[in-house]
Ligand binder design. Structure first.
Ligand code: ADP
Ligand code: ZN
Length: 608
């Protein structure tokens, strides 16, 4: 087992549960695997496929995923093929022939195709194992229900002695039972691995407006150099706007949403996968079927509608296990919009509840990863140390007077104003609305001048979350004072606020940092601490891009970011030294080894 892991995949150790899952499978027992995205599910059937006699049939719902997996296996010298509707007839005929001759170790096939092949191709080949990938598609309860999956019970009926392994990243109990029942699995061993993705950092930023958000994103991307990332937006319009603003700043962006034509969408996706475009600004429509392992960051420009969607979307970062960063932006406007969507949906109660849980996550004062994992039914013993709350624990102060100012302004306008007007009154801004309604005459006009617009927004969100005010969604989003709010207003109760800290990307902090580093001669990038290492990485990244283009496969299939990193750390200068590089199979070593070793030698000669 270890031998195959090393020879064909270039890894020295199994990840948790992989070994147990593989053992169970090669003993011809049925297996159900629940592992998060990037957890390493594929090896759990690919290694058995290589160890067992015959062909492993992999049922996979998306052609793009199939293509990716087949390319990745072939890049390691493993004979894998796909049968699908994208292939030409001739290609499919060749694949069938190779299968019949026993030349194929893994055959990827779509669910509809396998149903039509049960009495044809499948009878003519020696099958070692059935692997059902994305098995949650079988369940009506799951989020990507595929009717064809419900007919897969035919596999057990026709091939009662062939073991089945089903794999998914969706963990809930109903789906789990559904998979076992529908596939007629025989007392399967169920393996559930932790859903934690410790390499993904978590960060929430609240109360920012477009201009400031773009500024923060700009700095964040600059810090990330050429690394690939996704920006998720709530609407098509926002996705386009964000893309436009960033591209005006010189960034390399593409847009992806359901309003574009198939061709436009495919192009955006393809460019991203092949590192021809660095950033995709997208709606939730983007991401299904993307296995790109070197997505280094994910930004949510708006609050997502549930923790499930959020976790799935950030999960697209860092599949290769390397450090990856995420930012979630969150504002009152998002809450108003999402509440409206939820109210109008046909599962109103459920959707409101999901949104509330999402909001609790964004508002929490305890380790964010704990909240996420507890949502998925897992308990964590320690704080993670890799979220903004852990890194920068919130401090509180007595905010009674600030809150009273806001509440008083709301009261004096008879609770007939939305957040923006409230802030204008507090900050004493003269504008048309203020004039027309004579708000400048009220006693609280201008009493909050000393607090910036953004900080007011943040405090008002806090007041909302502590239950001092409510938003009347059906009354033009006017703010209403609650009973507890009245207690604070009439000094019957004190109230605390969380101190707003300037984050590293804000205007002030950034200026400070620039000043600190300006006398150190750091080119282009104020954050590049280890310049030496980074430019070797860049050299190797460009080599990888060139090799990938020559073969017309995505760069991350030639080599993952973590393998490139391993090359940078160890700087091998002869072929033998490549033995210790993680992720470099024998096949890749022979194919690319010389190129990379030469590039490293050249780099060392030039730089030392
Ligand atoms: P999943 O299908 O669960 O989303 P993959 O099977 O695509 O995840 O694996 C994610 C990444 O982890 C891949 O780049 C894979 O090569 C890598 N990986 C899997 N198992 C190991 C291992 N034992 N050691 C190191 N890397 C691994
Ligand atoms: Zn934490």
């Amino acid at each position: 087992m270890l031998n195959i892991l090393k020879t064909y995949f270039g890894y020295t150790d199994f990840r948790p549960l992989q070994k147990e899952i593989i053992t169970n499978t090669i003993n011809k027992k049925d297996t159900l695997v629940l592992m998060p995205t990037g957890g390493g599910k594929s090896l759990c059937y690919q290694i058995p496929a290589l160890m067992m006699e015959g062909t492993t049939i992999v049922v996979s719902p998306l052609i793009s995923l199939m293509k990716d997996q087949v390319e990745a296996l072939q890049a390691n010298g493993i004979s894998a093929r796909a049968l699908n509707s994208v292939n030409t007839d001739t290609e499919n005929t060749t694949v069938r022939m190779e299968c019949q001759q026993g030349k194929v170790k893994l055959l990827y096939i779509s669910p509809e195709r396998i149903l039509s092949e049960v009495n044809y191709l499948l009878r003519d080949i020696k099958i070692s194992l059935f692997a059902i990938d994305e098995a949650h598609c079988i369940s009506q309860w799951g989020h990507d229900f595929r009717p064809e999956y419900t007919q897969l019970d035919i596999l057990r009926k026709q091939f009662p002695t062939i073991p089945i392994i089903a794999l998914t990243a969706t963990a809930d109990k109903i789906t789990r039972q559904d998979i076992i029942k529908q596939l007629r699995m025989d007392n399967p061993k169920v393996f559930i691995s932790s859903f934690d993705r410790p390499n993904i950092s978590l960060d929430v930023k609240k109360g920012y407006q477009q201009k400031e958000k773009i500024r923060i994103i700009k700095r964040f991307i600059e810090k990330h150099g050429n690394e690939s990332g996704i920006i998720y937006c709530m609407s098509r319009k926002t996705a386009e706007k964000v893309s436009e603003l960033l591209s005006n700043e010189g960034f390399d962006t593409a847009v992806y949403h359901a309003g574009l034509s198939n061709i436009e969408r495919e192009k955006a996706q393809d460019d991203f996968i092949n590192d021809r475009v660095q950033i995709v600004c997208a709606t939730v429509a983007f991401g299904m079927g993307i296995d790109k392992s070197n997505v280094r960051w994910v930004i949510h420009y708006n609050l997502p509608k549930s923790i499930e969607s959020f976790y799935q979307e950030i999960g697209r970062a860092g599949r290769d296990g390397l450090k990856s960063d995420t930012i979630l932006f969150y504002s009152i406007g998002d809450m108003i919009q999402l509440t409206k969507f939820a109210e109008e949906s046909n599962q109103k109660e459920i959707n409101i509840e999901k949104l509330n849980r999402m909001q609790q996550y964004a508002e929490t004062n305890i380790c964010r990863r704990r909240i996420l994992l507890s949502y998925f039914g897992e308990t964590m013993e320690h704080d993670c140390g890799n979220c903004d709350v852990c890194r920068n624990p919130p401090e509180k102060f007595n905010g009674t007077i600030i809150i009273q100012k806001a509440l008083s302004a709301i009261a004096r306008t008879n609770q007939q104003i939305p957040t923006s007007t409230l802030i204008d009154i507090l900050r004493g801004n003269y504008n048309q609305e203020i004039y027309e309604n004579e708000y400048y005459k009220i006693k609280t006009f201008g009493v909050g001048k000393d607090i910036t617009y953004r900080h007011w927004q943040n405090y008002i969100l806090q007041m909302l979350n502590m239950g001092y005010i409510e938003i009347a969604y059906n009354e033009k989003n006017h703010l209403k004072i609650t009973e507890t709010g009245n207690k604070v207003l009439y000094s019957k109760q004190e109230a605390e606020l969380v101190v707003i800290k300037e984050d590293e990307f804000s205007k002030y902090e950034f200026k400070k940092k620039q000043l600190e580093t300006s006398y150190v001669n750091v080119k282009n990038n104020a954050y590049n601490i280890n310049e030496d290492k980074d430019s070797l990485f860049e050299t190797l990244r460009l080599l990888r891009l060139k090799l990938a283009e020559q073969e017309a496969i995505p760069p991350y299939i030639v080599m993952s970011d973590s393998t490139l990193q391993s090359l940078c750390d160890r700087k091998p200068t002869c072929i033998q030294d490549l033995d210790n590089i993680s992720g470099l199979s024998e096949y890749k070593k022979n194919k690319y080894g010389r190129d990379f070793v030469s590039a490293i030698k050249l780099y060392l000669n030039q730089n030392i």
